[in-house]
Design a protein around this ligand. Structure first.
Ligand code: ATP
Length: 724
């Protein structure tokens, strides 16, 4: 069987000033030497390197006392170091390699450091490793000087821990204790967080309401803004569309008007020309007057002709004188007749012409040139007929001319009327177009005014004028007119809502956000703590279960073995161990917490927890004695009971090694011999390092180390390998 413990090296530790090595090549090593030589310092070295923190357990006041303090002959050192080397083939310690070297050093500043295979390791990490490897400093693995009756002296709880250590359950106990401590601090933190949350909650509620109101404001604001943009976009573009649709016809209209104006002007010029070229009326009037004159002349000639014809007839029937008188009478009648006629005339030329003719006739009558002969009258008649014919010819010519003139006039008038009609038509058209243009211009102006009004409205909302043109088409279009009035109503409503909400208080918003963040943080923290508590409770339950099960399994066996070794040592009697509920020890959970925890646990778990926390009681019946109380036992008997318990535990669950410092001190020779035998027997399973003054245990050892202390006050080791 391999020896788990390979060697112990001390340097500067207590009385071991120099580097001192104790190898453990065999199953039982005995350390012997005179009083005060430093044997127990070696046991202290074991305890210290295995993580003992209490100076008392190391027989010193301070850590500094562990460092070689110097003697009159040997100077003090500044550092104490102890190393334990283990065979780690079975991976009892979690390090790579076949060997594990655990070292601890301390200097005078009090700084203590652990290394495992030269890697620094924290004590809190080391302790569970050692517990797992079933190495502890407070149980029965290292029994110090004067502690031989430790099992009897200990409380039920301490006894339980000793058994757990031997059984390798200390690892779970440490974990359980750690979990319980974490659970406690979790609960404290949970209470703190809950209190903070409760304090914060009403404030957060108020701030949430305020914030919600302000957030609503932002919502309404953005809805209003979107609506305003959509509304102004649509209105602006509707006006814009009207402007562009009106601009083109307006130009066409103007062009058309210009064209028609030109046509009218041209037509009017034409009319004027036609009008100016008329003059026919004056001409016709002249012709008419000439015709009238000629007609009068003709009628005068006809009358004269008739008179001449009447004279010719008369002359042919009446004498000369009668004839003359008659002629004169006729002349006078004619004069009277012509005077009447002349009075009616207005044409001076015609009057003049008639008077000329009368002058000629009168001259002829009174000058003696009498027309007495019918021939003369005939000639006169003939001349007059010619003259009459000429006049009538003239009249006909003039009448023809008059007719032609009248027809031409008629034609012209017709053309004039037609042109006038055309001009009027065009003028009407022009008038209609001008009215249309007027209307279009008015409409344009109206649009312009509306756009200016729109811009004013837009700017009154606090926007820049140029932004109106830059608006982008809204997602949801607004129909013109009906949609506009709907949007206007909605904008009024939204503005009303905004003023009802009021202005945003930025400080309050900030405070609300901060409080909310803190509330969320605390809530998350509480959740984490609750989860952690739940996990820890589960872990504790699991560990309880493990400790409980393993302990229960081993406990009866230990109790039985205890009886066996007790009977061996006391040569009879009986002994057993029992579990007792905790009485004095403080409960792990208190008050409400305990109640809560209890509620959360199943009955089985509660029972298990109770049992896990129960202590170990010793019951003995010593032969021939009536022992009702362990205190009644002698010192040696107490040691024997303790040893019986120790060997019972080793029998059930042998630890890798045991370090026992003079635990046989109180035994008589017979018992010391029995003790040595038991060690020998158990050395198969467990490695022993014993400090003893008794021969029998020394004889049981394979290796004996003698510790001496010279004049210099420094402990030294003498090695004596013994023959088996
Ligand atoms: P006994 O057989 O009487 O129990 P022991 O061999 O177990 O004796 P220890 O108790 O191991 O003796 O050793 C005690 C000695 O160690 C004392 O002489 C003490 O002076 C010495 N010692 C203890 N601490 C220191 C220290 N820090 N520096 C120097 N010497 C020390």
């Amino acid at each position: 069987m391999r020896n788990f413990l390979a060697l112990l090296e001390l340097q500067g530790f207590k009385s071991f000033a120099g580097k001192t090595t104790l190898e453990f090549p065999s199953r039982v090593t005995a350390v012997v030497g005179p009083n005060g030589s430093g044997k127990s310092n070696i046991i202290d070295a074991f305890r210290w390197v295995l993580g003992e923190r209490e100076a008392k357990q190391l027989r010193g006041d301070t850590l500094e006392n562990l460092i070689f303090a110097g003697t009159p002959k040997k100077a003090a050192v500044s550092v104490a170091r102890v190393s334990l080397c283990f065979d780690n083939h079975e991976n009892i310690l979690p390090v790579d390699g076949a060997e594990a070297v655990l070292s601890r050093r301390v200097d005078r500043s009090g700084v203590s450091e652990f290394t495992l295979n030269e890697n620094e390791v924290k004590l809190r990490d080391l302790l569970p490793m050692l517990a797992k490897a079933r190495m502890g400093t407070r149980g029965l693995m290292i029994v110090g000087q004067g502690q031989s009756d430790i099992f009897v002296r200990s409380t039920p709880d301490e006894r339980r821990l000793m058994i757990e250590e031997i059984l390798g359950l200390r690892e779970f106990r440490i974990k359980k204790n750690q979990a319980e401590r974490r659970l406690d601090s979790s609960r404290i933190n949970m209470d703190k967080v809950k209190a903070m949350l409760e304090e914060l909650a009403p404030h957060v509620r108020i701030l949430r309401r305020q914030r919600a109101r302000f957030l609503k404001r932002a919502e309404v604001e953005s809805e209003l803004k979107a609506l305003e943009h959509a509304y102004f976009y649509e209105r602006f573009h509707t006006l814009q569309a009207r402007t562009t649709t009106e601009e083109t016809p307006l130009l066409a209209l103007k062009k058309r008007i210009r064209e028609i104006e030109e046509t009218v002007e041209q037509q009017e010029r034409e009319l004027k020309r036609i009008h100016e070229g008329q003059g026919g009326y004056e001409k016709a009037k002249g012709i008419r007057e000439s015709v009238n004159t000629l007609l009068m002349e003709s009628s005068a000639l006809q009358r004269n002709l008739a008179r001449i014809e009447a004279r010719i007839e008369y002359e042919s029937k009446t004498p000369e004188q009668t004839h003359e008188a008659h002629e004169f009478q006729t002349l006078l009648q004619e004069v009277a007749h012509d005077i009447e006629y002349l009075i009616s005339l207005s044409d001076l030329n015609a009057i003049k012409h008639s008077l000329e003719r009368w002058k000629e006739r009168l001259h002829k009558f009174f000058g003696g040139e009498k027309v007495s002969a019918p021939r003369a009258l005939e000639e006169e008649k003939e001349r007059m007929r010619h003259e009459l014919e000429a006049i009538e010819k003239k009249i006909r010519a003039l009448q023809t001319e008059e007719e032609t003139l009248a027809r031409a006039e008629e034609e012209k008038n017709k053309l004039f009327r037609e042109r006038v009609e055309e001009v009027n038509k065009k003028k009407n058209e022009l008038h209609a177009l001008e009215q249309e243009l007027q209307r279009a211009l008015l409409e344009k102006e109206r649009v312009e005014l509306q756009r200016e009004e729109l811009e004013r409205e837009w700017m009154s909302l606090g926007y820049a004028r140029e932004d109106l043109k830059k608006l982008t088409p809204p997602g949801e279009r607004i129909e013109a007119q009906e949609g506009f009035s709907g949007a206007e109503r909605k904008m009024v409503r939204l503005r009303g809502e905004l003023s009802a909400i009021g202005e945003i208080d930025e400080n309050l918003m900030k405070e609300a956000e901060e409080s909310e963040a803190r509330f969320s943080f605390l809530s998350a923290q509480l959740e984490d703590l609750e989860k952690a508590s739940k996990d820890l409770k589960e872990l504790i339950e699991d560990l309880d279960h493990r400790i409980h099960e393993d302990f229960k399994k081993a406990f009866h066996a230990i109790s039985n073995e205890f009886n066996t070794y007790f009977r061996l040592m006391f040569a009879g009697g009986s002994a057993h161990l029992s579990l007792v509920s905790k009485k004095q020890s403080a409960p792990i959970l208190e008050g409400e917490q305990a109640a809560d925890a209890a509620q959360e646990k199943t009955e089985e778990a509660q029972e298990r927890s109770r049992e896990t926390e129960s202590g170990v009681e010793i019951h003995v019946t010593v032969p021939r004695k009536r022992i009702t109380n362990l205190e009644m036992l002698s010192g040696g008997e107490k040691t024997l009971v303790s040893l019986a318990a120790l060997f019972a535990m080793i029998a059930v669950s042998p630890p890798p090694f045991l370090v026992l410092d003079e635990i046989d001190a109180a035994l008589d020779e017979e018992n010391a011999r029995r003790f040595a035998e038991l060690i020998k027997n158990f050395s198969e399973k467990t490695q022993f390092i014993i400090v003893t003054h008794n021969r029998a245990p020394m004889e049981a050892a394979d290796v004996l180390y003698g510790i001496t202390m010279g004049d210099d006050g420094v402990s030294k080791v003498l090695s004596m390998k013994l023959e088996g």
